[in-house]
Design a protein around this ligand. Sequence first.
Ligand SMILES: *Cc1c(COP(=O)(O)O)cnc(C)c1O
Length: 233
Amino acid sequence: MTPNETGHPLPHDVAASLAHVKLRIAAAAREAGRDPAAVNLVAVAKTHPASTIEIAIKAGHRLFGENRVQEAAGKWPDLKARYPDIALHLIGPLQTNKLREAIRLFDTIETLDREKLARALVAERDQGRLLPRCFIQVNIGEEVQKAGIALAEVDGFIRLCRDELALPIDGLMCIPPQDEAPAPFFALLGEIARRNDIATLSMGMSCDYEIAVKLGATHVRVGSAIFGARGPA
Ligand SMILES: *Cc1c(COP(=O)(O)O)cnc(C)c1O
């Protein structure tokens, strides 16, 4: 909801915003000589109720992201039952004690960022559970407070996860530092992916998804540009 001059909230038009973001993604892809169909829009629905999400579903969208397991567990089982072709991505930090629930809920875990979690995934697989596909989150700006595998460790971690543990790794994900130009960080993620033979890149949010598309993003994670501003999390 956005306040107008009278202070009354105006409903945010989710369907129109979704269509607008899709057009801008396609335009950015074409400008970069890329196939617009190669860019997947992960509509980030965190903090928004099922009724709002359903507007995007009814507009034909099927790929969504959530950053908290608990919140997703409250909203998505019912939506997924009604719309079975929905795919859900976990884009926030994952504690091992929430792993089993995350495996049940999510089609892709974008935030595999440490060995303990990789080994916990192996233990779940060993107990017969089908694992979601996994992206490795890279701490691309080497920020102390941020999740993600350190740059110096990323090649070794990919080798461990993909080659030794045979986890279903097929992507990299990053969140660049907030107050810096994102392009060099997106380019660096692309470079890490290329040298490790990884084809999938999750990068770009509401403020910078077009730049990410130009630099090779296969997944952009867009929340507020589709669903409107979020209240305090
Ligand atoms: C919330 C979130 C997004 C979307 O952010 P917007 O700025 O609302 O587009 C993308 N990625 C991650 C990891 C997030 O937590």
